[in-house]
Design a protein. Structure first.
Length: 395
């Protein structure tokens, strides 16, 4: 079905259906079918704002309308796009492409494919992401990074529903639902001439405004509990609980990095805590953002930032030594590898570079920590999966 009508801007302000008001924990039908780099297997939406938004997404899902998801970094844009695909009834794959990951010359052949001999090195023809997503959903992340020269081509594809591979003149029909995401205000990019107004109108058929975590406080603790469950089992730790002061601190913190930051804070707390109770002191809020956070935080919470600001690596180590943490060396090594891996969004190449070790050594650590499977069915298949997760995802 082609939906040509203009949808209203979809946001948390719309009236919820009865089913959306109840708290929601949704699980993907086949979690194992999703790639390793997508960490959450379930979506937590308990704040009434999020529940309304989820309801809206599920109502738009079965249409063919292009969708633009707007939200700060780490708010769950990709998860929402996947959820939309799951509910779309489309049989084809979900393909995610980060527009910022390719340079201007590469992006065209990546998106639209190329014919043999189209350019030096193009020994064989290759389909692009539009063709790969046939019958499914193509998620273009960071759409604001698409070079202006490619914006006009994308517009044509959306209008004609056809792609032309680089080096070819023959159009290929495509049946793809397009979902785009941005964490920057595209209206400003349109005003300044960096984003085509006609493409913006075309993508803007329906818009989902994903609120930052600080504006949906009812999600914070359920998400924290969700991540505690997820990471406890991943790290093979017994179930942990949050102390009252930790709960208060989580609620007070403004979460500039949103859900991804909450996930990392919980992950770290599980690694440094050792008695099944996560206390405020185990929550490490990033030092870098303290200056701006002090402006955003309510007055009564300033002391928590102060303590975060003063936490140095040496102090953390002293605390672990004071507490006579068992297996301290393993503990610290695990923490370092895990934190760096999460920081690099589970990209092995970037993590290895960050830690100054080879990718093979990183992989052996990840296998030891059971983050990567120890035995793989075929090294070729594994390599392909890893490479895919570094720049794009197909499931
Ligand atoms: N509602 C949710 N329930 C559970 N986990 C979530 C939810 N939303 C996001 N997450 C988790 O938070 C992390 C960030 O989500 P995601 O990658 O979708 O955000 P994003 O907005 O695309 O981020 P970025 O702007 O950095 O690309 C992921 O690990 C994801 O699994
Ligand atoms: Mg994303």
């Amino acid at each position: 079905m082609e939906w040509e009508g203009t949808l209203p801007r979809l946001g948390a302000h719309q009236a919820p259906s009865e089913s959306a008001i109840v708290n929601k924990l949704l699980t993907f039908p086949d979690p194992q079918a999703h790639p390793l780099s997508v960490r959450a297997r379930a979506l937590v939406f308990e704040d009434p704002k999020s529940a309304r938004l989820l309801d809206t997404v599920e109502r738009v899902a079965p249409t063919d309308a292009a969708l633009l998801i707007i939200g700060e970094t780490g708010t769950g844009k990709e998860l929402i796009a996947r959820h939309l695909h799951e509910h779309s009834g489309r049989k084809g794959p979900f393909v995610a492409v980060n527009c910022g990951a390719f340079n201007e010359t590469l992006i065209e052949s990546e998106l639209f494919g190329y014919e043999a001999g189209a350019f030096t090195g193009a020994a064989r023809a290759r389909e692009g992401w539009f063709e790969a997503a046939r019958g499914g959903t193509l998620f273009l992340d960071e759409i604001g990074d698409l070079p202006i020269s490619q914006q006009v081509k994308l517009l044509r594809v959306l209008q004609e529903r056809q792609v032309v591979r680089v080096g070819s003149r023959t159009p290929i029909n495509i049946d793809v639902r397009l979902v785009a995401a941005t964490n920057v205000d595209l209206t400003q990019a349109v005003e300044s001439g960096h984003f085509r107004r006609d493409l913006w109108y075309r993508l803007n058929v329906a818009t989902v405004d994903l609120p930052p975590l600080r504006d949906r406080p009812g999600d914070i603790l359920p998400l924290a509990d969700h991540f505690i469950g997820q990471y406890s089992s991943k790290l093979r730790l017994p179930p942990a609980a949050l102390s009252d002061d930790a709960r208060d601190a989580l609620i007070r913190y403004p979460w500039p990095g949103n859900i991804r930051e909450l996930e990392n804070v919980i992950h770290y707390a599980l690694i440094v805590g050792n008695d099944g109770l996560i206390r405020e002191r185990d929550l490490k809020f990033p030092v870098v953002s303290c200056g701006s956070l002090l402006d955003q935080r309510p007055a009564q919470s300033v002391h928590a930032i102060g303590s975060a600001q003063n936490t140095s690596l040496e102090e953390v180590l002293h605390r672990l030594i004071d507490q006579a943490t068992p297996d301290l060396f393993d503990h610290v090594e695990t923490m370092l590898v895990n934190t760096a891996y999460e920081f690099c969004e589970r990209n092995q190449v970037r993590t290895a570079r960050l830690l100054g070790i080879s990718r093979n050594i990183l992989r052996s650590h990840l296998m030891r920590l059971n983050i990567l499977p120890k035995r793989q069915p075929s090294s070729h298949g594994r390599a392909a999966n890893t490479a895919a997760s570094d720049s794009q995802l197909v499931c």
